[in-house]
Design a protein around this ligand. Sequence first.
Ligand code: AQP
Length: 332
Amino acid sequence: RPRVLSGIQPTAGSFHLGNYLGAVRQWVALQETHDAFYMVVDLHAITIPQDPAELRANTRLAAAQLLAAGLDPDRCTLFIQSHVPEHAQLGWVMNCLTGFGEASRMTQFKDKSAKQGSDRTTVGLFTYPVLQVADILLYQAHQVPVGEDQRQHIELTRDLATRFNARLGETFTVPEPYILKETAKIYDLQDPSIKMSKSASTPKGLINLLDEPKTTAKKVKSAVTDTDTVIRFDPAEKPGVSNLLTISSVLTGKSVAELEKEYEGKMYGALKTDLAEQMVEFVTPFRERTQAYLDDPETLDAILAKGAEKARAVAAETLAQAYDRIGFLPAK
Ligand code: AQP
C-alpha cells in the first residue's frame, strides 16, 4: 500500500469548512486505499503564542474532530505530533539542509509575517515549512493530501529529500502532493477572492464546523454572490456562486454540471437555501460525534497513545537511518 501523511493544526474552537473539504475529507477516503498517517500538529501551533491549557484542550478537540469526520483508528494511524520526538529531531537536520534564501521564498511565511510585523514573528514560523518537511519524510510518505495553499511546502519537501539523497545516499521517499482540483481552495463566503481561513476570513465568511447549525445556515444564506442571476460554475466571473456550487457538489455527491442543470431558471436564493440545509445535515451529526469523543477523554487518549506508538516505530527507523547517513556517532 502506498503511504500518505498529513497534519492539521489544533486550532482554537473548530475546524473550518476549507480544512474539511480541502484536506480532512480526502484523509478519510485515503485510509481505505493507503497506509495512512495523520497527526495534530501541535509543534506547528506554537509558532504563535498559545495558552497552555487551551493548547491542550484544542489538541484533544482537533483529534475528536478528526475521528468525528470519519478517521478510523483501525484503518489509519492518528497521533499528536509532539508525542513523536523524532519530528523535532529530523526538523533540525532539515534546517541545516535548507538555504536561508530558499526558506525566505515561502509565500505563506511572507504573507503571515507581513501581517504580524517582524517583532511578533517567531523564528519558528520561519522554519515551520522545514519542520513540515521532516514530518513528511519521517514516514516515507508517497503522497501528501493537502489544500492548494500547501503546494509550495510539498515542493520544498521534494527538493530537500532529493538533496539529502543526492549528498548522503538514498534515504527518503520523494513525495507528491495529493491535491484534488475541485476542492483545493474553498473561498471565503463574504469575499470569494480569498481562501477561507481562520486568520484572514471575517467571522461571517468562515464556516466553523462546530458552530451552532443555525449560525451556519445563516452564514450560507448571506453568502456574497453577484448581480447576475444565473447559477453557473465560472470561477473567474462568478467566484461566489462557483464556491457555493463546489461545496454543494461535495455535500450532495452530485456533479457541478448536474447542479447547474437542477438550478436552471432558479434564483440564487434556491441554491443558498438548499446548501444551508445540506450544511446543517452535515454539521449536526459531526458536532454530536465530536462531543461524544470529548466526553470520553480516556478513550480518546488511548487512541492517541496507540497512534503515537505506531507512528514512532516508523519515525524512529527513518531517523536512525538519516542519523547514520549524516555520520552521527551512534550512542552505545
Ligand atoms: N480554504 C481552504 N481550502 C482548501 N483547503 C484548505 N486548507 C486550509 N484552508 C483551506 C487545508 O487544511 C489543511 C489544514 O490546514 P492548517 O493546519 O494550516 O489549518 P489552519 O491553520 O486552520 O488553516 P488556515 O485557516 O489556512 O490557517 P491560517 O489562516 O492560519 O493560514 C491543510 O491541508 C490546508 O491546505
